[in-house]
Design a protein around this ligand. Structure first.
Ligand code: ADP
Ligand code: MG
Length: 673
């Protein structure tokens, strides 16, 4: 059976934030009463006055003070949007969806989401003509800007979580600033712009937005006890679990715990382990309700984290960084901070896009800590030492300075904007922008890296909410007669893993899925599984997923993504086709977009990438793990202790000359043995 978690030692350092004494009644208050208790409520008149007076305004206020849910409602009820629409951007879909649902509830549940209040996130549009308050991801607003540069659909735009500095937000800053200016010059309906955040460099933002004014909402936070571990913990997941049980043994039942981890797989694994350990008769404490919060969760399930656990039960929420500043859950007394976050990084030197688990910044650590002191004094357990904390970066580097810019570059080109000449708040590194344009040229999306013109292919590529390499794969599918297959594979690669690998049943899971494994690699294996899933009758899908350790929710999500991508393909007039069992066609098609991701066998079971000559290894999760095919095509490189290839297909050497002759020539790559 599961062993009892080991004990972890912490140092105690008291951390005081500006504390205000506000009594926190434990009685149930109704939703309208709750609204009135929020810090923004006291400032309502003053805020509305400032919003009316200024074209652009910065609003700063503690997380949970009511910025995201209340301010759009204030504007709406004061009719400051002049019959137009209020758009509120969120960096993450979880936040956009849950906030929209909440606001719809607050405004009277009779209409529901999609009426006055709605949301639009990738692959999901829940709005109507009547929608006045629209929450959307910044990525979606960017796509809308492609269709209308002046963003005439909105009279008020709120760029929320401005401190997050995702690429999309940074690009939007420039586009929105420009739209506002152009609408003024053309004497069109003015556009009001609000920038909101819990924490940001106000001077930097104000300077970029024509020295606009900033308003501060008074926060109310309580002291938080901060504990550091005495020694470092490589296995932070286990340390998080042990820490949870330490709290669980000591704290009263109504004290809830929020744990920060990095992504779905990890969160599900830890949740699973905690559920098992909780059954151990040696574990003392009240019953535990475990909730999870991460990007690809369906909206209905997301909402359960907000529901109280019930009497005498402890709620544990395991979340990604979305609970840092975007989503506020009440009742949290304890925070467990793994100190880690999953972030996209791009190295101009390797040309590879890496999704990496890395340390947070100190700023993020403080935001996480603050979640424990919102309603009363609380505690934060940091699963790292004081010394490790001091080694962390002070603030988070804007994504644009560390990400693959190809997607952004192509979307900007579709707007007629050249990223090398764009008015960014912080310019991305020149090398990275250049690398992006070179990639677009190799993919034949552009002919000249200095011009703003997209080729007809490039124009189609910009239609997809995807990395241009994957849009290229979809667009080439017509040449290989395999659109159905390409759609399936790209959709499955766009979401989280469909494989369930519970630590205690890893072998069983692998054996049960063995029959779908293809010697051609992971892409074809995914295709086999998806085809089988589709063939199974509706009634048997759930049990089939259980028997084969397939994540039902994720495969259903992939199916939805697939439908949406198929819609874009239809708009681009790509004829429907299927290659049946001819898997050469599928792999050739993948090669048209992913040709910079080729590795060949080297020595000691190692591979070397053709493009950047990087030493890499097949990831243990690959169906090709333990085999040594001479030439590989891979989806991505994951960097942990080593550089691993993930999502792999075998390919034939002759295909290189047939499919990407120019690339082969320009890179001096041997195409023949
Ligand atoms: P801010 O944007 O300033 O961080 P929000 O407007 O997101 O603040 O949150 C204001 C309050 O609304 C918080 O106390 C939060 O707990 C509550 N809230 C937000 N969403 C929900 C929800 N889905 N269910 C219950 N309460 C919610
Ligand atoms: Mg907010």
């Amino acid at each position: 059976g599961p062993s009892s978690p080991k004990k972890i030692k912490f140092n105690n350092t008291k951390f005081e934030t500006n504390s205000l004494s506000v009594t926190n009644g434990k009685s149930k208050i109704d939703i309208q009463e709750q609204k009135k208790k929020l810090p923004v409520f006291q400032k309502r008149a003053q805020l509305l006055n400032l919003i009316q007076k200024h074209d652009t305004l910065i609003i700063l206020g503690e997380t949970g003070s009511g910025k995201t849910t209340q301010i759009p409602q204030f504007i709406h009820s004061a009719r400051l949007q002049n019959n137009g629409r209020i758009g509120i951007t969120q960096p993450r879909r979880v936040a956009a969806v849950s906030v929209a649902i909440r606001v719809a509830q607050e405004m009277g549940n009779t209409l529901g989401v999609g009426e006055i209040v709605g949301y639009t996130v990738r692959f999901e549009d829940v709005t109507s003509k009547r929608t006045k308050i629209k929450y959307l991801t910044d990525g979606m607003l960017l796509r809308e800007a492609i269709a209308d540069k002046l963003l005439m659909d909105y009279t008020v735009l709120i760029l929320d979580e401005a401190h997050e500095r995702t690429i999309h937000t940074d690009v939007l800053f420039g586009i929105v600033k420009d739209a506002q200016k152009n609408r003024k010059e053309k004497k069109l309906t003015p556009l009001k712009v609000l920038l909101m955040s819990a924490t940001m460099d106000v001077d930097h933002f104000s300077k970029y937005f024509n020295n606009c004014q900033a308003v501060y909402l008074e926060g109310r936070t309580y002291p938080v006890n901060v504990f550091y571990t005495k020694t470092t913990h490589e296995d932070y997941q286990t340390a998080c679990i042990a820490t949870f049980f330490k709290i669980h043994r000591e704290a009263p039942a109504n004290h809830d715990v929020l744990m920060f981890l990095t992504g779905q797989e990890e969160i599900e694994a830890v949740a699973h382990q905690i559920k098992i350990l909780a059954k151990d008769p040696d574990v003392e404490g009240p019953p535990i309700k475990v909730c999870t919060l991460y990007a690809s969760q369906p909206s209905t399930q997301q909402m359960t984290v907000f529901q109280p656990a019930g009497p005498n039960t402890r709620k544990l929420i395991i979340s990604t960084n979305v609970a840092e500043t975007s989503v506020t859950i009440s009742g949290i007394k304890y925070v467990i901070d793994s100190g880690m976050v999953k972030a996209r990084t791009f190295h101009p030197s390797t040309g590879l896009d890496l999704l990496k688990i890395q340390r947070t910044s100190q700023e993020q650590a403080w935001q996480r800590t603050g979640r424990a002191g919102r309603e009363a004094e609380g505690s934060c357990y940091r699963i790292y030492t004081k010394a490790q904390f001091e080694m962390m970066q002070k603030t988070t580097t804007p994504e644009i300075q560390r990400a693959n810019l190809a997607t952004v570059a192509i979307q900007l080109l579709a707007l007629g904007i050249h990223a090398m000449r764009f008015d960014f708040m912080d310019k991305p590194p020149k090398d990275a922008v250049r690398a992006a344009f070179e990639q677009l040229k190799r993919l034949e999306a552009i002919n000249d890296i200095d011009k703003s013109d997209l080729t007809p292919l490039g124009k189609n590529m910009a239609q997809f909410p995807l990395d241009p390499r994957f849009s290229k794969v979809l667009l080439s599918a017509q040449n290989y007669g395999c659109l159905e297959e390409a759609l399936t594979i790209v959709a499955l690669m766009s979401g989280e893993s469909i494989f369930l690998n519970p630590p205690s049943k890893r072998e069983q899971a692998q054996t049960s899925r063995q029959k779908y494994c293809s010697a051609l690699g992971d892409h074809i294996t995914l295709l086999n599984i998806y085809r089988e899933f589709n063939n199974i009758s509706q009634n048997n899908k759930r049990s089939w997923c259980r028997d084969n350790y397939i994540h039902m929710r994720n495969i259903l999500y992939a199916r939805e993504v697939r439908t949406q991508l198929a819609d874009v393909c239809r708009r681009c007039e790509i004829p429907v086709s299927s290659c049946g069992s001819n898997m050469d066609q599928v792999r050739k098609c993948l090669l048209t977009g992913l040709f910079t991701n080729i590795a060949e066998i080297h020595k000691d079971k190692q591979y070397i990438t053709l493009d950047k000559r990087q030493v890499v290894t097949i990831h243990p999760s690959s169906v090709l793990h333990g085999q040594l095919p001479p030439l590989l095509l891979f989806t991505e490189v994951v960097q942990t202790t080593k550089c691993y290839l993930r999502g792999i297909s075998t390919i034939e050497r002759e295909w290189l000359d047939e499919i990407v002759p120019n690339y082969i020539r320009s890179h001096n790559i041997r195409s023949k043995d």
